[in-house]
Design a protein around this ligand. Structure first.
Ligand SMILES: [Zn+2]
Length: 183
């Protein structure tokens, strides 16, 4: 708490020189005897000096260089990957849940599809079309759709994973390059 609650405005006016001579002398005498008002007066003088000082602020000559150096020294911004990972994971979980449901409740056709896929796994490099066509010859029209859907799903998964990895590598390389030399 200040010793004198009404001194703020009096000090302002004292600094501005708008007090009457009598009051000016009284405030001046009080300031001489009061440490807190002396301190406050110093603060007010600093504030006034700042407010009345040159208003046009010129940045230091090396301002841009210094800021950019500071920015360069910062760690690379962390780009959250959890969202895309969540989307991919959800997709994979649902896709394979659908496949699992088919295998669990598909009966004989599901067992046939499993047998065929196990056999086809050894020559998995072949195209989805030939996989589907072969299963179609073996198991009839209905299994053609299911197997081709599963084959397509596998192919999409593989392509998706490949794209994800390639994209990640490209983005990471580009980010490293950007952080390295663009500024
Ligand atoms: Zn005082």
């Amino acid at each position: 708490m200040r010793c004198c609650s009404s001194s703020d405005s009096a000090l302002d006016e004292f600094l501005d020189g708008t007090l009457s001579p009598v009051r000016h002398a009284r405030v001046s005498a009080h300031i001489a005897a009061c440490d807190e008002c002396t301190e406050l007066l110093v603060e007010l003088r600093v504030v006034d000096a700042l407010l009345l000082g040159p208003r046009q602020l010129e940045p230091a000559p090396n301002f841009s260089f210094k800021v950019m150096a500071d920015v360069r020294a910062l760690p690379a911004p962390h780009v959250p990957r959890s969202r895309s990972i969540a989307i991919v994971s959800t997709y994979i979980v649902f896709a394979w849940a659908a496949i699992g449901a088919f295998l669990a409740f598909g009966g004989a056709s599901a067992r046939s599809a499993v047998a065929f896929l196990l056999g086809a796994a050894t020559r998995f490099g072949s195209e989805t079309q030939s996989l589907a066509a072969a299963s179609g010859r073996l198991f009839g029209h209905r299994i053609l759709d299911v197997t081709s859907a599963m084959g397509a799903l596998l192919a999409v998964d593989l392509v998706g994973i490949a794209l994800f990895v390639a994209g990640y590598l490209v983005v990471r390389a580009r980010r490293a390059q950007t952080a390295g030399d663009s500024w």
